[in-house]
Ligand binder design. Structure first.
Ligand code: DAT
Ligand code: MG
Length: 150
């Protein structure tokens, strides 16, 4: 089982899409093992987006993600990182395939609704930035065997 970090970005919260976005992951069978609404402090955003420091869009990116509340979550499941990335669609919503979150809900690259970790290492790093270990909950769901097998 893998875990991955997702963020419903400010535009997702402002547009009332929290439930629809998280509902897609739930419907897929991924398990929510951490979830919170928060306004991201600037230092946290800079840590989270450290790989983009120095890029032309970096200041706008950090400014945007800290501008209004987000919902941060941890999803668990088989190949959760790549499954989540696939459901998000490519970075630019203009070209993201219909049926993906970005493809269905966005039009602007800076307002692309959802963040998801891009690998297992970044997932571990990003989960550690946003969640203390006692905020992540391991639990069985009654229908787990009907989703991921016995
Ligand atoms: P992703 O979110 O698909 O992993 P990324 O890590 O390359 O994409 O970039 C992080 C975020 O930065 C992305 O979700 C939106 C923003 N971004 C990326 N490239 C951009 C660009 N060329 N102009 C404006 N914003 C950009
Ligand atoms: Mg990324």
């Amino acid at each position: 089982m893998e875990r991955t970090l997702i963020i419903v970005k400010p535009e997702g919260v402002q547009r009332g899409l929290i439930g629809q976005v998280i509902g897609r992951f739930e419907a897929k069978g991924l398990k929510v093992v951490g979830l919170k609404l928060m306004r991201i402090p600037r230092e946290t955003a800079e840590k989270h987006y450290a790989e983009h420091a120095g890029k032309p869009f970096y200041d706008g990116l950090v400014g945007h993600i800290t501008s209004s509340p987000v919902v941060v979550g941890v999803l668990e499941g088989p190949e959760a990182v790549s499954v989540t990335r696939g459901m998000m669609g490519v970075t630019n919503p203009k070209t993201a395939a219909p049926g993906t979150i970005r493809g269905d809900y966005g039009l602007d690259i800076g307002l692309n609704i959802i963040h998801g970790s891009d690998g297992q290492e970044s997932a571990q790093r990003e989960i550690g930035i946003f969640f203390a270990s006692d905020e992540l909950v391991s639990y069985e769901r009654a229908n787990d065997t009907w989703v991921v097998g016995a």
